[in-house]
Design a protein around this ligand. Sequence first.
Ligand SMILES: C[S@@+](CC[C@H](N)C(=O)[O-])C[C@H]1O[C@@H](n2cnc3c(N)ncnc32)[C@H](O)[C@@H]1O
Length: 211
Amino acid sequence: MPRSRLRFDELIKDRERIGMLIEGSCVSNIRNGYKVLPEYQEWKKHREFIATAIHKSGTILDIGCANGFLLLCLQNWTDKKLVPYGIDTNYSAVSDARRLFPRQRRNFVNMSMAELAKSREYGLPSKLDIIYWAVGDNLQFSIKENRKLVSECLKRVKNGGRLILGFYDPSRRKNLRRISQLRGGGFKIQKVIKNRYHHGLLLAILEPGAA
Ligand SMILES: C[S@@+](CC[C@H](N)C(=O)[O-])C[C@H]1O[C@@H](n2cnc3c(N)ncnc32)[C@H](O)[C@@H]1O
């Protein structure tokens, strides 16, 4: 077993640290009106299905990477070799991500996805094998500007790579509606992957050349 995976196996035994890392990825856990630390197993049920959409080794960019913990998990949930990159508008989240990936700290950049066209200026590769974007729950693709964000992401995916869109709204109906809006806007959705533990959560897979 690679050393990095051994370290990850050790890390996930530390409930407090893991709970804080999950919180740093924008997840909170309220039980009986009290805030408690999120549990790794529950986080894994929400997010591990993303690893099933990663079909090849290579570079992966998480748009809105927060503290980078999702990328660390994806590296450990797939047998593909992933070189992590992340962008986020939250400066302190990017600092946390740099701490989580000290050897790849330059791969984490404080920028907005609206600036993707300037990726090279920020020191990021102009194209990547995989781009993952967890689409905000209120973002509708009936709006042209939002569809343009998808086109910009797709332009940055290498041939043979994938843009994976994550939809986390608990309502499957609302998420499917947004995927339909993309189809209506001319995007070809190669595949929709459902989360088997949480009814609402969906992934939509797009490949370059499909727009
Ligand atoms: C829900 S967290 C996602 C964390 C992780 N990627 C995941 O899927 O679990 C959303 C992140 O997106 C960031 N964000 C919001 N708008 C953004 C934008 N326009 N460009 C880049 N990041 C953005 C937020 O700061 C936040 O850290």
